[in-house]
Design a protein around this ligand. Structure first.
Ligand code: DAH
Length: 376
C-alpha cells in the first residue's frame, strides 16, 4: 500500500507501474501508435499546431478526475471498486480527460495528452489495470464559426467527425466506419467511432463537443471545442496482432526486438506483425467459496474487481484470466456460492507447480482476510 491512508486501495503491484511510461518509448508498440497519431495531427493541421503532452503525472485530485469533467456525484466510476484512491481526495487518473480543464486554464487550445491510466477491473487478455490513453482537444474562436456563417456546435461537430475519420484511415487504411451515439458527461453531443476490421466492428474512440460548463470554468465561455479520447493498447493489439495485453509490459527481448520506431504502416498493410514465440502452458486453479453476507448498508466486501485485485497482488503479471464458472444459492443457509477459475500463465517461461501453489495459497488466505469469504 502506498500510503497508510484508510482510503488507499493502490496495491504495490499497481504503484510500481508508475513511471514506466511505455508510451514514451519510441520503439514500443504504444509509443509507435502514439507517434503515428501525432504525425497525423501534424500532417492534417500543420506541424506542431497540436501540442503534445505526455509527461503529466498520473496522480491527480478526485476533483480533476471527476468533477472537472462533470462526472455526476453518484457515478459508479467514483467508487473505490472502480478507481484507485491514494487517499480520499486523490486518485490514479482513470482517464486522460482528467487534464482537460487544467490544460485549458493554462491556455492550451489545440493539444494531445497521452498518459498511463488506471482502473480496477476484471482480468482477461484485453484488460490490465494500467493502460494508456490519448486525449485530444481543439478550441474554436468565435470568428471561425461566424466567418463561415454556421452554428458553433455544427462547426465543431463536423470538424471533429472529419478529423477522426481521417485519423481512423491513417491508422487502419481504407476501412468501413460508422458513428454510434454515446453518452459522456463532458460532451454533448457525444459519439463513438467504430470501424469494420478483420470481420468485426471495433470501437476506436469516444468523442464529442465539449460541454460549455467546462469552457466557462476555464474562462473560455465565448468559445467552443471538441474533444476525443482513445485507448492505445486496443489499437496496438489489433494493428500489430498482439494477443495478450500483458505483453506490452514484457521486457523479454523476443517481444521488444520485434518493434522499432517508424515501422508503422496504415492498416498494418505490408507492416511486420508480432510473431508469437512459443506459448507456454496455462495452469488452472479453481476456488469455491461462500460470499460474505451484505453489511447493513447493503455493501459487500466481495466483488469481482476486489477478487481480481487480490489475485493481481499475489500473482503480478502471471495471471491471464479470472472468470466466474459457477454460482448458486443455498436458500436454507441464505448464502451464495461462487466458483472462480484462475488461469495462470507466463508470457516468458513455463511455470512450476510449486510457485503456482504458493501464489494460490496466498490468494486463498487473502480472500478470507480481505474479502470476508468462507472457502469451501
Ligand atoms: N474519457 C473517456 C473514457 O475514458 C474517453 C473520452 C470520450 C474522452 C469522449 C473524451 C471525449 O475527451 O470527448 O472512456
Amino acid at each position: 500500500m502506498i500510503t497508510g491512508d484508510a482510503n488507499n486501495n493502490v496495491t504495490d503491484h499497481i504503484f510500481e507501474k508508475i513511471g514506466y511510461n511505455l508510451h514514451k518509448r519510441p520503439d514500443h508498440p504504444l509509443g509507435i501508435i502514439k507517434s503515428a497519431i501525432e504525425d497525423y495531427f501534424d500532417e492534417t493541421f500543420g506541424k506542431d499546431t497540436f501540442t503534445s503532452f505526455d509527461d503529466l503525472y498520473p496522480v491527480v485530485s478526485a476533483y480533476a478526475n471527476f468533477d472537472s469533467v462533470l462526472v455526476p456525484p453518484d457515478h459508479v466510476s467514483r467508487s473505490a471498486n472502480d478507481t484507485y484512491y491514494v487517499d480520499a481526495e486523490n486518485v490514479l487518473r482513470c482517464h486522460t480527460s482528467a487534464h482537460q480543464l487544467e490544460m485549458l486554464k493554462d491556455g492550451a487550445t489545440k493539444f494531445l495528452v497521452t498518459g498511463d491510466v488506471y482502473r480496477r477491473d476484471s482480468i482477461d487478455a484485453t484488460h490490465f489495470p494500467v493502460f494508456h490513453q490519448m486525449e485530444g482537444v481543439r478550441v474554436f474562436e468565435k470568428e471561425e464559426w461566424e466567418s463561415k456563417g454556421v452554428e458553433a456546435v455544427d462547426l465543431a461537430r463536423d470538424e471533429l467527425r472529419s478529423t477522426l475519420e481521417g485519423l481512423a484511415r491513417h491508422l487502419f487504411g481504407d476501412v468501413e466506419m460508422r458513428w454510434v451515439d454515446a453518452y459522456f458527461p463532458f460532451t454533448e453531443p457525444s459519439m463513438e467511432l467504430e470501424i469494420f476490421f478483420k470481420g468485426e466492428w471495433l470501437e476506436v474512440l469516444g468523442c464529442g463537443v465539449m460541454e460549455m460548463q467546462i469552457l466557462e470554468e476555464a474562462g473560455l465561455g465565448d468559445k467552443r471545442a471538441w474533444a476525443f479520447g482513445l485507448g492505445l493498447e486496443r489499437l496496438a493489439m489489433v494493428l500489430f496482432d498482439v494477443p495478450d495485453i500483458r505483453l506490452f509490459w514484457s521486457d523479454d527481448k523476443r517481444f521488444t526486438k520485434q518493434f522499432e520506431a517508424g515501422m508503422f504502416k496504415a492498416g498494418g498493410v505490408d507492416m511486420r506483425k508480432f510473431k508469437p514465440y512459443s506459448k507456454y502452458p496455462p495452469c488452472l486453479k479453481d476456488v469455491s467459496f461462500w460470499l460474505p453476507k451484505d453489511a447493513e448498508d447493503g455493501s459487500n466486501l466481495f466483488s469481482e474487481n476486489n477478487l481480481c485485485e487480490v489475485v493481481r497482488d499475489a500473482a503480478g503479471s502471471l495471471v491471464e484470466e479470472v472468470k466466474l464458472i459457477d454460482e448458486f444459492e443455498n436458500k436454507k443457509k441464505g448464502l451464495t456460492s461462487n466458483c472462480f477459475r484462475i488461469v495462470y500463465r507466463s508470457m516468458e517461461r513455463s511455470l512450476t507447480d510449486d510457485e503456482i501453489n504458493t501464489i494460490q495459497e496466498k490468494v486463498r488466505e487473502d480472500m478470507v482476510a480481505k474479502l470476508g469469504v468462507e472457502l469451501r
